[in-house]
Design a protein around this ligand. Structure first.
Ligand SMILES: Nc1ncnc2c1ncn2[C@@H]1O[C@H](COP(=O)(O)OP(=O)(O)OP(=O)(O)O)[C@@H](O)[C@H]1O
Length: 365
């Protein structure tokens, strides 16, 4: 064996050793995590609370968000959640499953009819939004057990979105906060006599961001999680500008050529990425951002304005505030509701309903 062969063999051995070290470190971390989770899933002891004083929660679950769990793991998780409620002196929760046509509102209303003290939405932002439709205007609070990809409301309210035990802890330690809800009216043809009306909690809008959401394929979302939005966003960046007219609180519509009009009840996309730095979920107004980049440099300016949380706005990024936004467009544009694409429309109207939803979450500020 020559010296070169020895060096080659040595280098291969070092690389293999490093690769093995990484694999073992990852396995050890995974084992520690599993042990921690199993420890956390030991049912805690139950205090005695007379049955007549016991409170009860309902949990509205989107089963598609747990489809990777087998029947046994699903039952174990349900048993763990019930044990946590009992350990706090609550009755076993009532469980409701969503369906494609009844994604949460009806289940929340059924839970209300049964007199529950709290309704937890266990799913993504679509489930949360629909449960909120059932609870808005009532005195029953909504809690979150986030199980989606974006979990935008949970991120905005600082509710843990990757740790079931921490999200459950919050149910028993946090206070109820009043938040605003937004309403989106969708006129698909520009002449709809009876436009669809949807509640939103985070943001709704049309253009680039909606096209990006519409472009996220479910398979990619399962494989890449949040990364799927990045892939779709990269594809949607190069679409044409849309001719829109924007009216705020009844003002004369202002024409503009834009890539996106996004109206927010709150403004965070992730902890670091804040699209509307002034948006507060309990201030009784909506914030909006109008993005009008042209070409790569324009997108660079938009990215810089968002990354630096620029509040003043500039020619490519305009910030607006108001209680009622009307946006109409010459050609139909993709519309998005809390991160979910809902098809195209010629005109959307967005309004705010201040403080009508109680949410159990950390203090808002
Ligand atoms: N039992 C069910 N079977 C199939 N689809 C369902 C069922 N229940 C609800 N859905 C659909 O799930 C969607 C709502 O999903 P959800 O909001 O929980 O996650 P998401 O919006 O996909 O979240 P994310 O994008 O963050 O993962 C709705 O389109 C609803 O019709």
């Amino acid at each position: 064996m020559t010296v070169a062969d020895l060096i080659d063999t040595g280098a291969v051995a070092v690389v293999l050793a490093l690769a093995l070290a990484v694999v073992f470190a990852l396995l050890a971390r995974e084992r520690r995590r599993t042990r921690r989770l199993q420890a956390a899933q030991v049912p805690p002891t139950t205090p005695h609370v007379p049955a007549t004083q016991q409170r009860r929660a309902a949990i509205v679950v989107n089963p598609t968000k747990f489809s990777t769990l087998d029947e046994h793991s699903l039952r174990r998780r349900q048993a763990y959640v019930a044990a946590v409620f009992r350990s706090h002196g609550w009755d076993d929760p009532l469980w409701f499953e969503t369906t494609p046509t009844e994604p949460g509102r009806q289940q929340a209303q059924e839970a209300l009819a049964q007199g529950v003290d709290l309704v937890l939405a266990a799913g993504g932002d679509g489930t949360v939004r629909s449960v909120a439709e059932g609870l808005a205007g009532t005195s029953t609070p909504m809690g979150l057990l986030p199980a989606g990809t974006g979990n935008l409301l949970a991120r905005n309210l600082d509710v843990p979105h990757t740790d079931l035990a921490a999200a459950l802890d919050l149910v028993f330690s946090a206070q109820d906060q009043r938040i605003d809800v937004g309403w989106l009216e969708v006129d698909r043809t520009g002449r709809d006599a009876d436009p669809e009306r949807h509640l939103f909690l985070v943001m709704a809008g049309l253009g680039f961001d909606a096209a990006m959401m519409a472009g996220v394929e479910d398979r990619l979302k399962q494989r890449l999680g949040y990364g799927a939005y990045v892939v779709s966003g990269a594809r949607a960046l190069w679409g044409p500008q849309a001719k829109v007219q924007i009216s705020v609180d009844g003002s004369t519509p202002t024409p503009s050529r834009t890539r996106a009009v996004i109206v927010g009840n709150c403004g965070k996309l992730t902890k670091q990425l804040v699209l509307m730095p002034d948006a507060e979920i309990d201030d009784g107004v909506l914030d909006a951002v109008v993005l009008s980049p042209r070409g790569g440099i324009g997108w660079g300016e938009v990215a810089w304005a968002i990354a630096t949380r620029d509040r003043r706005g500039q020619r490519r990024v305009q910030h607006l505030r108001g209680e009622r936004f009307e946006v109409s467009c010459a050609d139909p544009q993709e519309v998005e509701l809390d991160g979910d694409p809902i098809g195209t429309a010629h005109r959307i109207t967005l309004t705010v309903d201040p403080g009508v939803l109680l949410v159990r979450c950390p203090p808002l500020r």
